[in-house]
Design a protein around this ligand. Structure first.
Ligand code: V47
Length: 372
């Protein structure tokens, strides 16, 4: 009996045959290939292909980090329609701003839990000055020099550059000198101008978002990048977004990881109430892995996917689970059903059950401990 079969024997979607050939021969995929992959109903072939590419990049390893998110304020001048976390009104009962001491207390707890990273993002506060933001970084670095500070999305960097009347380069250099270690990927949403006009009309556009990341890369900082999906965007707009990231990465190579963020639909002004489906989540992870041949890691962000889909995604091309997080606000203001933090032991179990090898990493993917 012949047991050796090819992927094509199992594939139920003939439209995928040419794309499968390209993936197996290492050829770069096009916009049209990306759309075909999103539109297929053959989820298992898609997952198998993405897992193959994941294994070429990181073998059986799946990464996690002991980290803490800190969101210094949710008061924000932007008023994005999709965002349930921020408020434009300082008198809103949910409005808050942390003092430096409160931020340091949170970092102190993180360090006591073995954290190697703090991830800091928040609102564009109408009264805070550049020095206030700079001070957050400086104080953290002075008190906890061992912590990697991943802070301020491109949207915040743009705001800070205006406050300080500095160029992007000068702003990032000042933050780097204060102790900034890398940039997080938030604020990308969907790059399409059509979508941005609907969901975030006041936010910087994709050109500035990528310009800021590329500037950071040229200054020696790494960064991550994201895509918020499952609201008003089309499949074509998702593929376009992913390919713009691939193009920027060709230029600088500074992105460590891509994070598809599943839209959480409560408490927003878009009138959206539906969560993304499990199939859509898995397809988005897999297509991202296949299109982004030049980005080392794809994150299965358990906060927004939920633990169960995040775990399955580890066999659909993802090789990173983010981390312990310790205090998640952005997704939970918007109705996320996941816990607001994770124990390291649980992340290890989720990864092992997916038949992968858990690796505790630092922000830049240096290995801290392999759990064989
Ligand atoms: O920029 C806001 C998104 C981002 C909602 O860089 C929402 O490693 C879903 O970027 N539903 C912040 N998403 C989170 C983020 C992130 C998270 C984890 C790791 C990294 C990384 C980055 O969350 C925002 C926005 O794009 N967001 N509201 C919502 N209702």
């Amino acid at each position: 009996m012949k047991t050796e079969r090819s992927l094509l024997d199992f594939c139920t979607d003939k439209n995928l045959y040419p794309v499968i050939d390209k993936v197996l021969s290492g050829e770069r995929l096009t916009f049209e290939d990306g759309v075909k992959l999103f539109n297929t109903n053959d989820l298992l072939t898609l997952g198998t292909l993405a897992n193959l590419k994941k294994e070429e990049k990181s073998g059986k390893y799946v990464y996690f980090v002991i980290n803490r998110q800190i969101n210094p304020t949710n008061i924000c001048t932007l008023g994005c329609k999709f965002c349930a976390f921020a408020t434009i009104d300082k008198n809103d009962p949910k409005a808050y701003e942390m003092t430096i001491n409160e931020i340091l207390e949170k970092a102190k707890y993180a360090v006591s839990q073995g954290a190697s990273e703090v991830h800091i993002v928040g609102g564009l506060h109408p009264d805070w000055q550049f020095e206030d933001y700079l001070n957050i970084i400086k104080s953290l670095k002075e008190n906890f020099p061992q912590l990697h500070i991943k802070a301020f999305t491109a949207v915040e960097i743009d705001y800070l550059s205006k406050l300080a009347e500095l160029s992007y380069e000068e702003t990032i250099v000042a933050l780097k000198e204060a102790g900034l270690g890398s940039l997080p990927g938030g604020g990308a949403e969907i790059f399409s101008s059509r979508v941005r006009r609907i969901i975030a009309p006041e936010k910087i556009g994709w050109k500035k978002y990528l310009e800021i990341h590329k500037t950071a890369h040229k200054l020696g900082l790494k960064s991550t990048t994201t895509m918020l999906y499952g609201h008003v965007e089309t499949i074509e707009e998702r593929v376009d977004h992913i390919l713009k990231i691939r193009e920027a990465q060709d230029e600088t190579g500074g992105f460590t990881c891509f994070i598809p963020l599943a839209f959480q639909p409560e408490n927003n002004d878009l009138g959206k109430t539906e969560h993304t489906s499990g199939i859509d989540d898995l397809k988005t992870i897999a297509v991202s892995r296949l299109l982004l041949d030049n980005v080392p890691h794809i994150k299965s962000y358990w906060v927004m996917l939920g633990e169960k889909i995040a775990q399955i995604a580890l066999n659909f091309g993802a090789d990173d689970m983010d981390g312990t997080v310790m205090e998640e606000k952005i997704a939970h203001f918007a109705g996320a059903k996941s816990p607001t933090q994770q124990q390291k032991e649980r992340l290890i179990r989720l990864i092992k059950e997916a038949d992968k090898i858990p690796v505790e990493r630092d922000t830049l993917y240096n290995h801290i401990k392999i759990y064989e």
